[in-house]
Design a protein around this ligand. Sequence first.
Ligand SMILES: *[C@@H]1O[C@H](CO)[C@@H](O)[C@H](O)[C@H]1NC(C)=O
Ligand SMILES: *[C@@H]1O[C@H](CO)[C@@H](O)[C@H](O)[C@H]1NC(C)=O
Ligand SMILES: *[C@@H]1O[C@H](CO)[C@@H](O)[C@H](O)[C@H]1NC(C)=O
Length: 242
Amino acid sequence: MRLLIFLAALTTCLARDIPSNLQRFYDTVKNAGPCTGDNLLQDGFFDQDDSTNEWSYCDRNFTGRGLYIKGPGTDLANMDIDCDGDQQNADPRCLGSSDTQPATAFRRQVQQLSNITDLNASIHPYVVLGNVGHVTFDPRDHGIEPLSVVAVVCGGQLIYGIWGDINGNDRMPLVGEASLALATACFGDSMTGSNGHDEPDVLYLAFAGPNAVPRTANWAARSYEEFEASITALGDALVARI
Ligand SMILES: *[C@@H]1O[C@H](CO)[C@@H](O)[C@H](O)[C@H]1NC(C)=O
Ligand SMILES: *[C@@H]1O[C@H](CO)[C@@H](O)[C@H](O)[C@H]1NC(C)=O
Ligand SMILES: *[C@@H]1O[C@H](CO)[C@@H](O)[C@H](O)[C@H]1NC(C)=O
């Protein structure tokens, strides 16, 4: 029981309140309709299998630049669950997922920064950005580096993730996906490989430039909490520039 209370307290303090500048950005972007003109990087993406293809990757003209995902009207993006990565002793909540890959896109980069072999969807709060297949969008073309910090506004809180995987476009080019660890931090234990968060109210904001990569993060962390604590200072510094 004491351990549970301790864990609950730890989770609460890692779930950060949304700073006012980020809340302003969230509200402005949400209410601005689809992104257009200079803000539009690429359109034609789906939020889920039965949505329209009105989702886009958009640019944000703030110091350092970055990108975010936006749909039509007041829609941001949903959160599907990704369990890709090291599958040894995979989380039972991942077993329902039929499209799990044994490796994430930046396995090599992870190995260069750490002594682990790949990201672990149960530990690392990673975001899936970019698409490969018949529709291609590479955030690297817009200055976003692999494994860099992504601010995620979900369930009324701010969670820092990292760009850890790319969407494979099995049937259609989808956006709005994150690791089980990130989804759990956002929405709790009901998240599983086959049950994500359907409401398109999540902001994914990726930061450009080499300084957004948390090189000294605790990659070998044994829990989400440990890893998250190691990227929070960098996340706060990036969000402060919005
Ligand atoms: C981007 O920001 C810079 C500096 O704040 C400003 O001078 C420029 O006009 C902005 N560009 C667009 C397209 O908003
Ligand atoms: C991934 O993390 C989970 C949760 O801590 C753990 O049970 C599992 O063994 C880890 N997988 C690998 C390959 O380390
Ligand atoms: C990997 O590095 C971490 C420190 O970053 C260390 O605690 C851990 O024991 C190392 N694991 C292995 C298998 O070498």
